[in-house]
Ligand binder design. Sequence first.
Ligand code: ADP
Ligand code: MG
Length: 230
Amino acid sequence: NEQLLLQSEKLKLAGEIAAGVAHEIRNPMAVISGFVQMMSTEKDSTCYAYTEIIQSEIERINLIIGEFLVLSKPHVEQLKVVSIDEVINNISQLFHLEFQKHNITFSMHIVSDNNRILANENQLKQVFINIIKNAIEAIEAHTANGEIIIYIAKDAEGLNMVTITDNGVGMSEALIKRIYEPFYTTKSTGTGLGMLITNKIIQEHGGTIAIESKINCGTTIKIKLPQAEN
Ligand code: ADP
Ligand code: MG
């Protein structure tokens, strides 16, 4: 327990430092980006071939900074009663083209009524974006017949329960143990921040995450969240 406390203190401090650094980095990055854009329109520039690489690396840095800023945001703010069904339906529409592109069958099953939570809607969206993105990436690396299935239900205690199952590459026990570590990624273009942020948001909403996975079979992420009072 003490270890956990220390870890969360460390994480909090890291978040604060990250937020400061992120703001400081963003300005020079914008300037660099502007000049690279100018260079890329210059026909006789010998640097022409490199500008694309520079731009894509800048984008990558911006992605990491963006995720850092989410991480370091203060505790749950702007709470309102949110329909979990609507949030997930919304997000799945965002991914519609991605599903098509990777031949992924997506289905969503709403098993219980009144699935509502007091939440910061944007943060809740972020959670399902991160998880579905991981599911797509796990499928992409593994099978041409992908499937993502979401259930929205209530557990025995009346908590909202969302399970997201994919038939992707799966994870070893050792990988699952490290999944919330900052920068821990097995992908060449990953940031290793997605699940850390997901976990932080769920915890701040009074919820829990459990992961079940089997290598070469797939993964189920089970999220429990409190029910909003009427
Ligand atoms: P990133 O996606 O940038 O690598 P995440 O924190 O989202 O970072 O995930 C960390 C690691 O956990 C991933 O690199 C991947 O190895 C593993 N992972 C997460 N979700 C899944 C999944 N649904 N199936 C298989 N592996 C996963
Ligand atoms: Mg991810």
